[in-house]
Design a binder for this molecule. Structure first.
Ligand SMILES: Cc1cc2nc3c(=O)[nH]c(=O)nc-3n(C[C@H](O)[C@H](O)[C@H](O)COP(=O)(O)OP(=O)(O)OC[C@H]3O[C@@H](n4cnc5c(N)ncnc54)[C@H](O)[C@@H]3O)c2cc1C
Length: 576
């Protein structure tokens, strides 16, 4: 059942206690509850997702962050690579976690991304070959919200048919043919029928996590169905902030951590619940290292300096933070069709679209704002001695996203726009999550180290040049009028670099802060079975565990990784 008051919980002891109801936690809780005679508790700091219309409506995804009640509302440290700017750093805070606030993009990543993960962990269970069936297990390929014929826009044979999570091609947009025509005109940007085949290079139609015109999240696809299933024994506690993990004993000469301490939001009374089998930490790549450090697990020097008694010295906790730098380049266009700009500033149109969604889950509001997506390599040899951080030949260096309107906080009063977003998807920079204080309620220190390496700024620059070449394609001749804003007068490398550093943002994909390393290795935080090193009773299942960030939006990959993690946990004969 779902509880919002800790004292209502039927028990203080469960077989498994899962911390954080995002992608990792939602999948794990739903799957472990399938075990016979097993009781699972999922603890989430935020509220239930049900009844929140802005969360359900795909088009409204951009209104859910930053600085809303559905978000943790973090901010990064001043980023030297961004001319000293601090940027807002959204993370979802409700059932479904960031999958309840994200932009619904469904991109799996490349074969090489996962094969590199298998190599780095020494475990074939993380290879593309092993994870490809997991992607299928997650997915249920569904028709697009507007019911248009998607032949030539997706390869159905790549996708799962019977999984819990709906995946669709978005509704048709007036710009579709124009954008796809570019692939016929500029050979360097080839068409890709399905970027989720393991070979993403090329440009094609984007896919989204959706069902019946509504957002699909780990809450809609895993948590609520498990709660509703009479034969599953899942309890979910919302509005409960986990403050630390507690040592419950010693096993094999190592500390066992099967206790979870938490407080109801807005109440400083601490409660404790224990797991007889395991605690699974799935609070996301920002909060998972924070909770580990609050529990005395991390770099002992840092912990001592913050006033926390070290329990297990694991210096990789919070280190190796990777994320994707993104930049919106915007063009004034000559459109005779409605663009998203009209939706943002025309109240009557907005009301019509909202009521179309409410009545029949149709219209513009039934798709997320992303049109086409492309994944590309910088020219061969461009990186020279700077080093190539991509995972291999099938992994891109940068991504291009088309948006049918002005992408950004303040849509101008007049004019229609096309945005082309460029993203550094195989970054070499590594930042960190550290503690600002020993208080579990204080935000951690988030340093993304964005654009701190020569290779990353080169890729960001090359991506902007690609945007300029794309915009100059014959297909856009009668459509694009001119670049606007900071992008208007950018041509030399120095100007591009200044534009990049002055305007880039994050794509909100933190990863790597509790990274996997082989069994027996003193590197990393978790073993290849995701158990935390040097202790018993604790695993991590969220984007923290990636040794390298995949070159993709992270949700699809994590759903597959979490399905694999559930298989591993189910197969392990307990004693963990
Ligand atoms: C604005 C935004 C847009 C995005 N767009 C896309 C997209 O279009 N496509 C895509 O693939 N990916 C996208 N992502 C990224 C994707 O959603 C995340 O990578 C994914 O959700 C990560 O899953 P996770 O389980 O690691 O963490 P999360 O989904 O963030 O879940 C962590 C959960 O733990 C909870 N939690 C944290 N601390 C505590 C605590 N102390 N006590 C209790 N609970 C706690 C949180 O509230 C949250 O529910 C986006 C992310 C954001 C923020």
């Amino acid at each position: 059942a779902l509880y919002s008051n800790p004292t209502d919980l039927p028990s203080t002891s469960y077989d498994y206690v899962v911390v954080g109801a995002g992608v990792g936690g939602g999948v794990i809780a739903g799957r472990l509850a399938e075990l016979q005679n097993v009781r699972v508790l999922l603890i989430e700091a935020g509220p239930d997702n049900r009844g929140l219309e802005a969360v359900a409506v795909p088009f409204l995804c951009t209104t859910l962050s930053p600085n809303t009640v559905y978000d943790w509302n973090y901010t990064t440290t001043p980023q030297t690579g961004l001319f000293g700017r601090s940027i807002a750093y959204p993370r979802g805070r409700l059932l479904g976690g960031s999958s309840s606030t994200n932009y619904l993009g469904w991109t799996r990543g490349s074969q090489d991304d996962y094969d590199r993960m298998a190599r780095a962990s020494g475990d074939e269970r993380w290879s593309w070959k092993a994870l490809e069936p997991m992607f299928r297990k997650v997915e249920q390929l569904l028709p697009p919200p507007d019911g248009h014929n998607t032949a030539g826009q997706i390869d159905p044979s790549v996708h799962g048919r019977a999984g819990p999570l709906g995946v669709v091609v978005g509704s048709s947009l007036p710009i579709d043919d124009m954008v796809i025509n570019v692939t016929k005109q500029l050979p360097e940007f080839p068409f890709n029928l399905d970027m989720n085949s393991g070979k993403p290079i090329g440009l094609g139609y984007s896919q989204a996590s959706m069902r019946n015109g509504s957002r699909e999240s780990s809450a809609t696809a895993y948590i609520h169905p498990a709660l509703a299933a009479a034969n599953l024994r899942l309890d979910v506690l919302v509005n409960a902030h986990v403050t630390k993990l507690l040592q419950t004993g010693h096993e094999d000469g190592l500390p066992a951590l099967r206790g979870v301490q938490f407080a109801a939001v807005g109440n400083a009374t601490f409660h404790t619940v224990n797991a007889t089998r395991e605690v699974i930490l799935s609070a996301g790549a920002v909060a998972t290292p924070q909770i580990l450090m609050l529990s005395g697990i991390g770099n002992a020097t840092h912990l001592n300096a913050t006033g926390i008694v070290p329990l297990v010295h694991l210096p990789a906790v919070g280190q190796n933070l990777q994320d994707h730098v993104s930049l919106r380049s915007i063009f004034l266009v000559n459109s005779t069709d409605i663009t998203y700009d009209d939706l943002h500033r025309n109240a009557a149109l907005n009301a019509t679209m909202m009521s179309a969604w409410e009545r029949t889950r149709s219209g513009n509001y039934s798709s997320p704002p992303t049109a086409q997506i492309g994944w590309f390599k910088v020219p061969r040899d461009a990186l020279g001695s700077l080093g190539d951080a991509s995972a291999g030949p099938t992994s891109p260096h940068y991504e291009i996203v088309f948006v049918d309107g002005y992408s950004g906080a303040s849509v101008p009063e007049t004019g229609r726009y096309l945005s082309i977003v460029s993203v550094v998807v195989s970054p070499s920079a590594r930042g960190s999550i550290t503690l600002a204080s020993a208080s579990p309620f204080a935000n951690p220190v988030i340093d993304l180290a964005f654009l701190s390496t020569p290779a990353d700024i080169l890729v960001a620059r090359e991506a902007v040049k690609a945007v300029q070449r794309l915009a100059a394609a014959p297909a856009f001749k009668d459509y694009i009028v001119a670049p606007v804003g900071a992008f208007a007068n950018v041509s030399t490398d120095d100007q591009i670099d200044a534009y990049v550093r002055g305007n880039s943002d994050s794509l909100w994909h933190p990863a790597g802060t509790a990274r996997m390393a082989p069994f027996g290795s003193s590197e990393g935080v978790v073993n290849p079975d995701l158990t935390v090193k040097k202790m018993r009773g604790l695993r991590v299942v969220d984007t923290s565990i990636y040794p390298f960030i995949p070159a993709a939006h992270l949700q699809a990959g994590l759903y597959a990784v979490a399905e694999q993690a559930a298989n591993i946990i189910k197969a392990s004969v307990h004693r963990p």
